[in-house]
Design a protein. Structure first.
Lengths: 255, 325
């Protein structure tokens, strides 16, 4: 799982670089517009260490933002799973708010909170929260009739049990959604860093943009891609392990 | 019969190609560095008053922005002329770009620092010690300030450096004392806003302390200079005529009128103040001809960038500066 993610990223990255080099050669562009391989390698030698720690910095904020979003999405998703007026209200509100481009609020957050950690965290959480919430709401609001029916007719159904059944039956979907939201959290953090930060890889990319230094940006993209692939692979592996642990064939302890 | 059809087709093709190349030769794209406002008044004026048309050119003046880069567009052939700052030009030359500077628009760099009058005036560079100074990391203000620090033997421990962006809140909240601004655009707006709060400001101009970092200049590609020197000359003459007219106080009303059509974001009173500020940077005295390339300032800019490791090797900038008469 982990290695497949990295291979996939490397293939996409190399194809992208080759396309850029083809354009560079075809249009006889200087290294200022599109850097050559030598310049990319030279730049990588200069900034890899710095960018590695920048990406880790960004990732730490993204992971925290994602954890907050997951906790909040599950809380709201579980509360909104019922077909009562509260549930309907939560669902309608979530669907309407998610239609708004949250990233447009980033400058307001920046003005109110200034630059720094909290602003980055908030923007990251907001960007990955709504897609997560909609998926969790969808999963939690859909009954697993085959299993739930038994507990309903025997009067043994509790809300905790209902949530567990629905989560277990949709574990693959949840793992995919959570793993996907890691990319969103990372993108959100980088956007936050573009606008309102003094640290992280988004901030370093912005500085490189000021200097029109595409070689630095390409190195930054490589570092982001590799580290996010490892993180996503890690999440997917954990998802698989939880699935195996919860599996009925292993004793069905979960219920 | 077949022969005559081929002959007609051949002549038609020749005619179409000839017409196309003629049309292309007289049609040029000009990419500005910044948004349409009074800091590009001369460019707007030359276009609006038909100076390009009179020179036989069809010029499309394109608005700039932080994301748009005239040098990239010259190489990609989206633009024939552009405006770029000296640091952009020198960086591009360091990476092998084939570009030339054909006019220097700003004689005084608009990149300056604003600070409140209730703080002691910065009369010498030593007065920077202990202040909280805003710097755009990666921007040319960082290079300029580092040069000033080096000149005054000021280390990073002697001052507080704060990274800044477009939002002025930290300056308004007094978290940062000395804030980088473009003197003729943001500087005017900030000064006006603070004046309404009963506060007055000073501007700290690095040029007053011997640091002349060149700002915006007109650039073109080597290919354009080689293939169409006549177009380069016509374009530049029309452009500089536009700038001279726009900066002439006698034409102030006309200039503000043409700028207003494109710059809707500012009030009339601000635009007027911005125009006055721009005038003093573009044409600091009546004897200065707009477009004059200050060779010494360019050399100093290159030295600063080399010292700051912004470029890897000398680019011999003077070989890329062409003062067209």
């Amino acid at each position: 799982m982990l290695f497949r993610r990295i291979y996939q990223f490397l293939i996409v990255y190399i194809i992208g670089i080759l396309l850029l080099l083809m354009i560079k050669t075809g249009l006889s562009l200087s290294d200022y517009v599109i850097p050559g391989v030598a310049l990319i390698v030279e730049t990588a030698g200069e900034v890899t260490k710095e960018y590695f720690f920048d990406v880790l910095n960004t990732l730490s904020v993204a992971v925290l933002g994602q954890a907050l979003s997951i906790a909040l999405a599950f809380t709201i998703g579980i509360a909104g799973r019922k077909s009562s007026w509260v549930g309907s209200f939560i669902k309608v509100t979530a669907y309407n708010i998610q239609a708004y481009p949250i990233v447009a609020l980033a400058p307001i957050i920046f003005i109110l909170l200034g630059d720094g950690f909290i602003t980055r965290l908030l923007i990251a959480s907001m960007i990955c929260y709504f897609p997560l919430l909609l998926s969790v709401l969808g999963i939690m609001a859909t009954p697993v009739e085959d299993i739930e029916h038994f507990y309903n007719v025997t009067g043994r159904m509790r809300w905790q049990l209902e949530v567990k059944i629905r989560a277990f039956e949709n574990l693959s979907k949840l793992t995919t959604v959570i793993s996907g939201s890691a990319t969103l959290a990372m993108a959100g953090t980088i956007v936050g860093e573009f606008i309102a930060a003094n640290a992280g890889i988004g901030y370093s990319i912005r500085i490189a943009l000021y200097q029109s230094d595409l070689a630095k940006i390409l190195v930054a993209l490589f570092m982001i891609g590799i580290i996010i692939s490892i993180y996503q692979g890690f999440l997917e592996t954990i998802g698989e392990q939880i699935k195996t642990k919860w599996s009925i064939s292993n004793g069905g302890e979960v219920l | 019969m077949r022969k005559s059809i081929f002959s007609i087709l051949f002549f038609l093709l020749v005619f179409v190609f000839a017409a196309q190349s003629f049309a292309k030769a007289s049609q040029v794209n000009y990419r500005l560095k910044w948004l349409f406002n009074t800091s590009v008044a001369g460019d707007i004026y030359a276009d609006a008053k038909g100076y390009f048309k009179d020179a036989g050119l069809k010029v499309t003046v394109k608005e700039g922005s932080p994301e748009k880069n005239a040098i990239n567009e010259l190489e990609l052939r989206y633009a024939d002329f552009g405006v770029a700052s000296a640091d952009q030009v020198i960086r591009a030359l360091d990476k092998g770009a084939e570009i030339f500077v054909i006019a220097q628009l700003f004689q005084v760099n608009p990149m300056q620092w604003i600070y409140r009058r209730d703080k002691p005036e910065i009369k010498t560079l030593q007065d920077l010690r202990g202040r909280n100074i805003g710097i755009t990391f990666g921007g040319n203000d960082e290079t300029i300030m580092n040069t000033l620090f080096a000149k005054a033997d000021i280390t990073k421990k002697d001052v507080i450096i704060t990274g800044v962006r477009f939002d002025f809140t930290p300056f308004f909240k007094r978290k940062v004392d000395v804030w980088p601004v473009y003197r003729n655009s943001q500087g005017v707006i900030l000064k006006d806003r603070l004046a309404r709060e009963g506060e007055d400001v000073y501007f700290f101009n690095p040029a007053d302390f011997g640091v002349n970092f060149v700002a915006n200049s007109v650039i073109t590609s080597q290919a354009m200079l080689k293939k169409s020197p006549d177009i380069v000359e016509k374009f530049l003459n029309a452009l500089l005529k536009g700038w001279e007219a726009a900066m002439d106080p006698a034409n102030e009303a006309h200039t503000l009128e043409v700028v207003k059509k494109l710059d809707k974001g500012n009030k009339d009173v601000i635009r007027k103040k911005q125009l006055n500020a721009t005038r003093s940077l573009i044409k600091p005295s009546a004897s200065v001809k707009i477009g004059t390339i200050n060779m010494e300032a360019w050399k100093q800019t290159e030295e600063m960038m080399l010292k700051e490791k912004q470029i890897k090797k000398p680019v011999n900038i003077t070989t890329r500066l062409i003062q067209i008469k």
